[in-house]
Design a protein around this ligand. Sequence first.
Ligand code: AMP
Length: 420
Amino acid sequence: MADIILKPKGTNDVLPSDSYRWQYIEGVLRKAASDFGYSEIRFPTFEHTELFVRGVGDTTDVVQKEMFTFTDRGGRSITLRPEGTASVVRSYLENSLYGAGLPVKCFYIAPNFRGEQPQAGRYREFYQFGVEYLGSPCPSADAEVIALYAAILDRLGIKGTQLSINSIGCPECRPKFHAALRAYFESRRDELCRTCLDRLDKNPMRILDCKSPVCKEIAGDSPSCLDYLCSDCLEHFEKTKEMLGAMGIDFTIDPEIVRGLDYYTRTVFEFVSTDIGAQSAICGGGRYDGLIETLGGQPTPGLGFASGLERMMMVMDAQGIEFPKPEGCRIFLAALGGAAEVPVQKLVYDLRKLGVKAERDTTGRGLKAQMKYADRLGAAYSAVIVDNELSEGRARIKDMSTGSVFECLLTAEDIRNAVI
Ligand code: AMP
């Protein structure tokens, strides 16, 4: 026998026995997004590399080190999507979504690809639920976006997460902050990693999210962006905080949150859980007022967040939160004797057409093994169809949990009425 082929590093299978967990969480996410006025958007798994270089930023870790990029047969540079926002904005512009009026509110559930070193909670293919809120400059949009994720945590029963928020300013005030950062990091130039030396010239803010422990420590003493906000940014931040407070959403202010992607302006935030180890961020987002323009559109404000589904599930597991079990087999029909084979096949088909989860054996098992199989399927009811059932036109149905038996007509309608 040939060796089996294993999945690539950093990817996951969702097994048939586990997929109900995904369906449950996706259902909660879809419902919450819809309640908050978002419609689903779907986009390609791969895009032109240029979209991410321009949108995410060429000094970010994602673009510099993590993208899965290849040249297609036509010689074009293609990249597997490392994050969703750039794709949403590309689609918004390409399809003139602004034409129907602003704001445009959309959400997605989609896999992303990043060539990171895999560990618990960090994968090379991972699923994100994300929302984008395009066309509102107001703090109420910031508060509303954050409130959506707070509501999602609540609906999933996740407790004890911390929300940290920060404001990283706008093109008006950012240059002063950059200058202060540059001066600070310049004074500790000799200690920085190679990548950060490059960032020092191009974009000193990116040093703040370097993963090297030395750079992290140096960044700990760097100037705070909050000290450099212009009056508009300050007012925006104050109003956002006031609205969060009014909605009863607890938060702390953390000037070290700058987010790893270049497009953020003003409000940035993260939800963190202490229950899942090192990869503790379960949701991150913020405002990106310059992104739409960077990608070729009219200046339009926007904001959003993305949250990893795997990490949400890890938190739920760590907190012992049960996922509702999927509906099991409703009735198992065992055929005994050659004459029952074909009628049972038809009956199962008719029951399924009526929307009943009906099952039968298709592997040629004997009766005892068929009933074992019915147990494994968790069948609520079973019936053994033998020749005399067929001639009498009646079925004896067994309630598998109590063992009691009752009779009904051997028709799909009658059996359905008896078991649902
Ligand atoms: P980001 O797009 O980096 O802001 O990440 C947003 C969220 O996606 C994080 O808070 C995580 O929940 C999740 N996430 C990011 N990168 C990974 C990864 N490599 N593996 C699993 N989840 C991830």
